[in-house]
Design a protein around this ligand. Sequence first.
Ligand code: SF4
Length: 412
Amino acid sequence: MSEPIPRARPIAAARLMKRVMADHFLRLDEAARDPSRKVAWCNSVGPGELLHGFGFEVYYPENHSAILGATRKATEYIPYANARGYSPEICSYLTADIGAFMKGFTPLKKAYGIEAVPRPDVLVYNTNQCRDVQDWFRWYGRHFGVPCIGVHTHRNIDEVTDTHVASISGQFQELARDLAGIAGHSLDMDRFRDVVRLSARCSQLWEQVLRTAMARPSPLTFFDGTIHMGPAVVLRGTKVAVDYYETLLQELRSRVSDGVAAVEGERFRLYWEGMPIWGKLRSLSEQFLGLRSCVLASTYCNSWIFNQLDPDDPFDSMARAYTELFIVRSDPVKEQYISRMCADFQVDGIIYHDARTCPNNSNNRYGMPGRLADRLGIPYLTIDGDLNDLRLYSEEQARTSIEAFIEQLDQD
Ligand code: SF4
């Protein structure tokens, strides 16, 4: 008789997080309809602190597109953007989001009764993650007839030098001058510093949350992380996010002290490198649960840890935080980072997700898996798929590969 499949252990703070996220979207919706308030759109690792410093309500289209993915609506709307000349090979956050907008669809309607995404007064990007965010935002800038401005970051960086920091900090300061014209007032430095302080605190707490997974057994999985990272992405710089992560951290620490496992009978500990497959989080999570293997650390969830933020030096510290990011760095730096993570979290194997439409977050394409396997002496698996376009993912193939990979770990 086969063993019963363990059940997932829901995190109690998830209810609070749902409320926090609902309030965020409802506040944005109200702001967009109030002529006295201003809305800025920002990419997920863009200068959100600066925008909050000016008092903008801040909306993150990547988060919206991830919701399209998680609700399995993305694949349906991607072809509409493709038909307008946005290739099926480019970011499927971009194509799903623009396609859904063109057809007047938003998942916010079903979730919160919100008819449409909030109309922006300005769109602000940082190309630190990719050029797609710039092209994505420019489409909306043209559509709404509002300014689309941004920061152009160095890429593939080995060591982050003072020259890099000065160049990005200078661009942030220039951005602040443009934003003053749009906000109708200059930047209140006290408010800005306060936002940076709250963002730094949110980041510290989020890091502590993720590091609870160093415990054996781990109290949370990567799949939990992709859900609970919401406030770190869209609400960093606010007290709401800080309060939320204090609550979540407390719950996870009690799980650790009580020995409560996210995956009952945890046998293997895995690292996820690359984007989530938003429409398949649940089925992947259940498969790993059944295999008693815990995917417990990732580059992706760690991308919203900005330890460099310093309220006493807001522009330069933001420049450093948004340039030292994993995605901006060279392969040797990335390899060093993943090696440290695998040691800290006692990882038995690495899963690379080759997300077809996001080369920026697919680090398996230039020999890194082999180099890391040699260096760390642990096996790896590559899964072909995509963040949002489920036509690029074969569930059957992925399931079989994962089962075989766990069998291989069993035999090692
Ligand atoms: S990093 Fe990848 S997923 Fe994110 S916006 Fe850029 S191309 Fe899209």
